[in-house]
Design a protein around this ligand. Structure first.
Ligand SMILES: Nc1ncnc2c1ncn2[C@@H]1O[C@H](COP(=O)(O)OP(=O)(O)OP(=O)(O)O)[C@@H](O)[C@H]1O
Length: 260
């Protein structure tokens, strides 16, 4: 399946001289096409840096990132980013926010209207097309953010703590919606989170990064039976085992950090 991300011997250094900070070192990792991978790690380990490197917003210092074997060269519509703070245009309605990228790409009006409506419906925002961001709850704003990114029809969704600012019930609702979208659309998803439970609930594999400078520490394969309800899943022994395994690996890193 398309949308494979191959990261090879990646290094990212910010600044020079006394300002020099090595954010990521010697990171190699592959995300399969259509796979859902979460990334967790101590604060400052380079998770956002990794996401923005894959997005092409930042240049690598050394190493390569390729999508379907093609080294990336800056941002592209094959990759779409969803930000924690939604990054919506306050002066545009829901509909206009979702059509923005399509307008920029010169997609004809009728086509962009039907694409936008499809994704607005997919995130359950039909009826809210003419509202402005200030009239929406945080959860609705993030659904607009997701619809806007999906409207580009990227192969890969890059999500930087997208539900971090939401309260628990909303967060859970959006997690379930994202899983449904993933089931329907089969996109590759790279999802950054601080929340171990969220990572295990959502993804097929969890990449745990070392503390600063970040690299791959461990990868946990999550083989959950997801056929039941949320309650069935989160109360299962398997869920507890996966959560413990990710938590232990992460905790070793944060303990090291505290000792210093
Ligand atoms: N623009 C920048 N200039 C210089 N250093 C930076 C820049 N952006 C990030 N860094 C540094 O790179 C390292 C990794 O930062 P990054 O934000 O990627 O980590 P993170 O794991 O996403 O952190 P958090 O979990 O706290 O959001 C940190 O030491 C940070 O201070």
């Amino acid at each position: 399946m398309d949308g494979r991300v191959t990261i090879s011997e990646l290094e990212k250094v910010y600044g020079e001289g006394p300002e020099r900070t090595k954010a990521i070192e010697n990171l190699s990792f592959e995300v399969e096409g259509g796979e859902f991978v979460s990334v967790v790690g101590p604060s400052g380990c380079g998770k956002s840096t990794l996401l923005y490197l894959i997005a092409g917003f930042l240049d690598v210092t050394s190493g390569t990132i390729a999508v379907d074997d093609e080294p990336i060269d800056g941002p592209g519509t094959d990759r779409g980013v969803v930000f924690q703070d939604y990054a919506l245009f306050p002066w545009r309605t829901v509909f206009e926010n979702v059509t923005y990228g399509l307008e920029e790409d010169g997609v004809p009006k009728e086509e962009r209207q039907s694409i936008a409506q499809k994704y607005i419906d997919l995130v359950d925002l039909d009826g809210f097309e003419d509202k402005y961001p200030k009239e929406l709850s945080g959860g609705m704003k993030q659904r607009v953010g997701i619809a806007r990114t999906l409207a580009y029809e990227p192969k890969i969704l890059l999500m930087d703590e997208p539900f971090g600012a939401l309260d628990q019930p909303l967060r859970e609702a959006l997690q379930d919606q994202l899983r449904d979208i993933w089931d329907d659309l089969g996109k590759t998803i790279v999802f950054i989170t601080h929340d171990v439970e969220e990572a295990v609930y959502l993804s097929e594999r969890v990449l745990i990064m070392t503390r600063h400078p970040g690299t791959k520490k461990t990868v946990t394969e999550v083989g959950l039976d997801r056929s039941g309800t949320r309650e069935d899943i989160v109360t299962s022994d398997a869920f507890a085992d996966y959560k413990n395994s990710v938590w232990k690996s992460l905790h070793e890193e944060t303990q090291t950090e505290v000792k210093l």
